[in-house]
Design a protein around this ligand. Sequence first.
Ligand code: S3P
Length: 172
Amino acid sequence: VPTTPRGPRLVIIGPMGAGKTTIGREVARRLGVPFADLDELIIEAAGRSIPEIFAAQGESAFRDLEARVLALALEAHTGVLALGGGAVVAEDSRALVAARPAVLLEIDEETARSRVGRGRGRPMLGGEDPLGRWRTLTDARMPLYREAARWSIDATDGGIDRIARRIIETLE
Ligand code: S3P
């Protein structure tokens, strides 16, 4: 009987709009394990929404909180944990995630366009050109995602069910 390691069974990372929360929840449901979303844990810890945290305290306060909540979740959570798009940018956080089974969800720009739209609810995409911001951020972060992830999955198409199934196949 294999011993159960501490920490999440699976961490899901990738750019904004990749479907990390939706697919993570479906993978957890199929595996019969708990699901948690880092952004939701941050909202609970702060008692306010992510746009409110950015507006009231700024990005660096959000990143501090994100890193602290992530470290706790990586210790305590035993199921599937979906992260926000910027959660592995900090080197320490990236190293913690790299020590876990982490999958990168990749999408193309067309898919991002339909998902992140005008950037509503995502302060990192605020301003005139949300998709341009998405592209710049994603290009810069892709090497960091690859460092943190053990494998990656094309999440551009295929539907939630198929992507979830593919992830579970690679886990087994
Ligand atoms: C962010 C991504 C968001 C959220 C916050 C910052 C980022 O999560 O954590 O708005 O820097 O990429 P999603 O990837 O779930 O949109």
